[in-house]
Design a protein around this ligand. Structure first.
Ligand code: FMN
Length: 209
């Protein structure tokens, strides 16, 4: 069930205000936000305080330019937060994957834990989690079915801690992380190519002088 904003909100309207619900949506980071190194800290910081005050639990996952957020709580509270999040200009292409009433929370102990689903950011200590998450990588939740989304949530809710991030990981913005990931394994190649390019330019200049 992929729901766009208006259909998700009309479905929300049909649910009793005090019912316990779970809402899972996906979105993409805007290009501008990919250049911001602070967006994850800002969102997580805001979410922690606000969600705790309003009894909203869940998880926010980011990887490969996509967000997947699961929110659980009283319908009226989740609906109010959802409206604010969907209006946030830092992300786009918002689609609701799951919207259902629930009898109990899956993430009762998680205020709004941020998980990075980028393999190259994880330290070797996350081997077990990496194996469990590998069927979901590269992270592209925008095409997921409700069943796949449920299975993914089943996996991550068993984690005591989020995948461990390498010390220097999140000091880069999302774009910087991508460049680093692509360039790092090919450093020697890029140096040799650079050197050969300089020789070629010098050769051509000498030839035509
Ligand atoms: C992907 C994403 C997820 C977010 N999740 C939350 C959240 O769980 N709780 C929260 O309070 N703000 C969250 N925010 C921030 C809100 O969109 C918004 O900036 C914040 O509630 C402040 O709203 P205001 O500017 O209307 O005061 C999220 C933002 C993004 C881009």
């Amino acid at each position: 069930m992929l729901l766009t904003h208006p259909s998700a909100f009309s479905k929300l309207d049909e649910i009793d205000d005090t019912a316990l619900i779970q809402l899972v949506y996906v979105s993409s980071l805007t290009v501008r936000s990919r250049l911001s190194a602070t967006i994850f800290g800002e969102v997580e910081g805001h979410a922690r305080d606000y969600n705790e005050q309003h009894g909203i639990t869940g998880t926010l996952c980011y990887g490969n330019g996509h967000f997947l957020q699961c929110m659980e709580g009283e319908k009226a509270k989740v609906a109010a937060l959802t409206r604010r999040i969907f209006a946030d200009k830092r992300h786009k292409n918002v689609q609701v994957l799951l919207l259902q009433t629930i009898s109990h929370r899956s993430f009762a102990d998680w205020r709004m834990r941020l998980l990075f689903l980028e393999r190259w950011l994880w330290s070797p200590a996350t081997k077990k989690q990496a194996a469990q998450l590998s069927p979901y990588l590269p992270f592209a939740p925008n095409g997921w079915s409700a069943e796949r989304t449920e299975k993914f949530l089943q996996v991550i809710k068993t984690f005591d801690t989020p995948p461990h991030i390498k010390a220097a990981g999140i000091t880069y913005n999302a774009f910087g992380n991508m460049v680093r990931h692509i360039a790092a394994p090919h450093q020697a190649f890029l140096v040799v190519q650079g050197f050969l390019s300089v020789l070629l330019v010098v050769g051509l200049v000498l030839l035509y002088l």
